[in-house]
Ligand binder design. Structure first.
Ligand code: SF4
Ligand code: SF4
Length: 110
């Protein structure tokens, strides 16, 4: 099992998760983060820290469509270990459904 970042993170990117991860396995894109599945030690510490409830275990059905995306982009985006500035409109996007089409494949800045 591993943990997976899902749709709720898109355009929210609060980054509380990166501060608590003991193995620094978060990677940053332009408008969301992902977890490297081979580096995650499945501790679960990040899951309750996410204000957007975007982090799920891969055993959760809602995580399934995001498993491959986390694997793919965690090898292409830069590693992030420190919480940065969340987007100014993050609160407006929190809890909004249907954000998947807004996913940006470009790398972000750590
Ligand atoms: S805390 Fe949640 S919303 Fe923020 S970057 Fe991490 S996964 Fe995304
Ligand atoms: S479950 Fe633990 S190791 Fe995996 S991403 Fe979350 S904090 Fe990091």
């Amino acid at each position: 099992m591993t943990y997976v970042v899902t749709e709720n993170c898109i355009k929210c990117k609060y980054m509380d998760c990166v501060e608590v991860c003991p193995v620094d396995c978060f990677y940053v894109g332009e408008n969301m983060l992902v977890i490297h599945p081979d580096e995650c030690i499945d501790c679960g510490v990040c899951e309750p820290e996410c204000p957007a409830e975007a982090i799920l275990p891969d055993s959760d059905d809602k995580a399934t469509p995001w498993v491959e995306l986390n694997r793919t982009y965690s090898t292409q985006w830069p590693n992030i270990t420190r919480k940065g500035q969340a987007p100014a409109d993050a609160d407006e996007w929190k809890d909004k459904p249907g954000k998947k089409e807004l996913f940006d494949p470009n790398p972000g800045s750590p």
